[in-house]
Design a protein around this ligand. Structure first.
Ligand SMILES: Cc1ncc(COP(=O)(O)O)c(CNc2cccc(C(=O)O)c2)c1O
Length: 291
């Protein structure tokens, strides 16, 4: 059976419930993380928790545990479910309140940790690559709701996802209000041009992805030239390679955007090199659940 951590208790999956007055449910008032476990190693756990606490701080939500305590809860949840390769979802909401918006009426944040056996993306996605479509719905502006806050407000991402599935594409490309490329609906984007790897600066309107930052380090260690600078869909169309990064996605090649094949319409060589290097390090750089 699957055990879920809910507000201090491990409960069975079908008993894992929260109040309908929880403001995470009523208003999306909360933050979350998606984390992967590779062979018992919680990959980049510190970095994920740093982002979780930063997002919480940014919305004036105090997580009622230290990072060390939450680390232990996460490890215990993985161990209790006897998982070795897993996907973890950590959710911190403002908690139960009344029907009004005011967070001051929510006295106890909800803390939930879900750990599930991983459902791997089909191998052919990595071999054949994804088809993307740029969509009309823009990324929420940093002065409206910062995309750097990994909040429970994923309606912008969901509306974008609805547009991409409507178009029959595998993933959506979000632009900001100036038309610059920001990221996918739940992943970051990189292009390669003349051997240089380029990714948008997060201030344009993207989540600072953990995988994005790992790939930047991996690329630098492999002596690739890598830059953070704005680009448009035109730059994407004429790129030598395009790929996406994300916790579940890892590194996924993109072979077509808005009907334009990327070069020969096959995954790029640098993309494949980065993926293979990434795959080699995911069992290091983290916290061992079964030391
Ligand atoms: C908007 C957005 N941008 C980029 C990423 C990639 O960030 P990480 O490299 O830290 O995962 C995300 C990731 N956020 C996210 C949310 C839900 C599921 C999944 C998944 O990859 O299954 C990812 C995201 O939600």
């Amino acid at each position: 059976s699957q055990w879920i951590y809910v507000n201090g208790q491990f409960v069975n999956k079908n008993e894992a419930v929260i109040s309908v007055y929880d403001h995470g449910f009523l208003y999306g008032d909360g933050v979350f993380e998606g984390i992967r476990v590779y062979s018992g190693n919680v990959f980049q756990l510190k970095e994920h928790l740093d982002r979780l606490y930063a997002s919480a701080h940014s919305i004036r939500l105090t997580i009622p545990y230290s990072k060390e305590e939450l680390t232990q809860i996460i490890v215990n949840t993985v161990r209790k479910n006897e998982l070795s390769s897993a996907y973890i979802r950590v959710v911190i909401s403002r908690g139960e309140g009344d029907l009004g918006l005011d967070p001051r009426n929510c006295s106890n944040p909800s803390v939930i940790v879900i750990a599930e056996a991983l459902s791997i993306y089909s191998q052919d996605l990595y071999e054949n690559g994804l088809k993307l479509v740029s969509v009309a719905t823009r990324r929420n502006r940093p002065d409206v709701l910062s995309p750097q806050i990994k909040s429970l407000n994923y309606l912008n991402n969901i509306l974008v996802k609805l547009e991409s599935t409507q178009s029959g594409a595998d993933e959506a490309l979000m632009l900001n209000d100036q038309g610059y490329v920001t990221e996918g609906s739940a992943d970051n984007i990189f292009i390669v041009k003349n051997g240089v790897i380029i990714t948008p600066p997060v201030y344009l309107g993207a989540l600072e992805g953990i995988t994005r930052n790992v790939i930047i380090d991996v690329a630098r260690n492999l002596n690739y030239q890598i830059e953070e600078r704005p680009f448009t869909t035109h730059d994407v169309y004429i790129a030598d390679e395009v790929f996406l990064t994300g916790t579940a996605a890892e590194v996924i090649p993109v072979i077509e955007v808005d009907g334009r094949p990327i070069q020969n319409g096959k995954p790029g060589e640098i993309t494949k090199h980065l993926l293979h290097t990434f795959r080699d390090l995911v069992t290091t750089a983290g916290i061992q659940c079964y030391p």
